[in-house]
Write a protein that binds this ligand. Sequence first.
Ligand SMILES: Nc1nc2c(ncn2[C@@H]2O[C@H](COP(=O)(O)OP(=O)(O)OP(=O)(O)O)[C@@H](O)[C@H]2O)c(=O)[nH]1
Ligand SMILES: [Mg+2]
Length: 264
Amino acid sequence: MSDVQAASPNQLVCTVLPTYNEQDNINALIERLLASNAAPYLVLVIDDNSPDGTWEIVEQFADRYPISSTSPEDSNRLAVALVRRIGEKGLTSAIQRGIDEAIHTYNAGIVTWMDCDLSMPPEDVPRLVQAIQKNEADVAFGSRWVPGGTDRAHGLMARTLSWIINSFARVMLYSRIHDYTSGFIAARAEVLERIRLRGGYGEYCIDLLYRAKRLGYRLVEIPYICVPRTAGESKTGLNLWDYLVKGRKYVSTIWQLSRKKSLT
Ligand SMILES: Nc1nc2c(ncn2[C@@H]2O[C@H](COP(=O)(O)OP(=O)(O)OP(=O)(O)O)[C@@H](O)[C@H]2O)c(=O)[nH]1
Ligand SMILES: [Mg+2]
């Protein structure tokens, strides 16, 4: 069972933003996050040396909103920081790097992350965070598939595949989770210290949510409306073949989790 306590409102909340070529989205995303969240709050961008210079835009924010890594508990303010990874690539490892920095460098008590294409409304981050601060959950995640949520970003084919994957996961993993591939997450630092991300795009999310549930943590799905990306390019592709390749990996992850005894 989970033995974590209610998160103190003074604990730093950190939103990790994994970016690759998001120059047309990053400005609005950071502005909207800073406007929506109460201090102490840190936006931590993990950029894989984007050729479009996303990291340069973030550097300017970091200059305007600096954080002291030596006394994070004193930072009763809004801050932005950048990790520019050179020679490394990948969504899961970028998020994990952000989690590690948030917890161990900046002493964050709650870590959140999301896509940076503005498909997940930045204004919804506080709803996830508050579920944890009010001690209603240890992990709160945005869900398209509970009442009040929906997906306006993807067509019928993608939504149908998502429905099939989530139904399969619920049956195989004996769970009530509706949006296993959400990717819009907030979690207590304690949970993320115990569970490291593994797997690729989307698979890591199925794996994380399932293991957190099995370890006795309280999960809550917060409905949100996923909207289409209006700038920049999708990194995962949008045709049937791309979806089938992704779907096969999800099914394999679910299958392996259903068979495995070890959860950590
Ligand atoms: N740091 C880093 N970020 C990445 C990498 N690949 C993708 N991202 C980011 O991961 C997030 C999700 O990427 P998207 O292209 O929106 O992928 P998706 O949401 O699965 O696909 P769509 O449904 O088409 O939006 C975005 O913020 C990307 O910039 C990577 O290799 N490194
Ligand atoms: Mg996206």
